[in-house]
Design a protein around this ligand. Sequence first.
Ligand SMILES: O=CC(=O)O
Length: 334
Amino acid sequence: MSRPKVLLLGDIQHARKSWEALNDIADLITTKATNRTEFIQECKDGKLDGVVAAYRTFGSVAITGLIDEELVSVLPKSLLFLAHCGAGYDQIDVHACSERKSPIRVSNVPTAVDDATADVNIFLIIGAIRNFNTGMQALRQGKWRGDPAPPLGHDPEGKVLGILGMGGIGRNLKKKAEAFGMKVIYHNRRQLSENMAVGAEYVTFDELLAKSDVISLNLPLNKNTYHIIGKPEFDKMKDGVVVVNTARGAVIDEAALVEALDSGKVFSAGLDVFEEEPKIHPGLLGNPNVMLVPHMGTWSYETHTAMEEWAISNVRQALEKGTLKSIVPEQADL
Ligand SMILES: O=CC(=O)O
């Protein structure tokens, strides 16, 4: 019987041993393609036939492009499992994967990303509410705090943090924000059990917008959450609100955020993600009241290692048992 093949899309930097150990049960292959056209051709030429599972990184989109309907239709029929090494899987059209004649089951990496992402989230909340960026920027220009000095920031203590999306990262953030004396309210598609919410108050979406001193976006990007924060939502927020995003850029209408910052409606913002990465809206780059981090939410040795190990364990389980450890929720019943 021929051995199953596993396709690597992107790099494995840390969990090499676990990856190479898969050699015992499968042939590990990579793509020769350097762009989407070449990758599609490779699929059409049958070069990837026999691939049962694929492991992909966020960065591999530079080679394959989005895993959209077009790509799903040319991926080898043998491909049954796609292990994504990341929490957010908005690059993958899960619906197209489910609808294919031979469906492709998709897994992501939950939990392993929570601490590191919530850490960056707290860094951005503190940095934005205290408005550290203005002074930090002036200092590097040889102007100490700037002339005039920036307006005073605010303390997190006693402020209301509204978390939109109370999944693993949101709940982790809640714990950390409470250590800074913040009061946490949240909105989620479904209200959490008291066990899970541990005292965070559930509010409607509009209440979250109206009551929060700081709004943190911690929800996945999909067709329901695209531009969930735009001009009408900014209008409903408190004057001088702080907005922080470590989820995906496109959950906010970036142009509307720039306007809200310019008008002073939004006091400051902390952003780790952008609508068109790596392109940054010039209105954000040019505004010293915005803390900018180039998508480094999970950028730590420990977390990248844990993410790779998790995604590899999905591949191993797929090969050994025909199931995934962390299938995406949309496919729970597939
Ligand atoms: O952005 C990071 C992730 O989705 O894991």
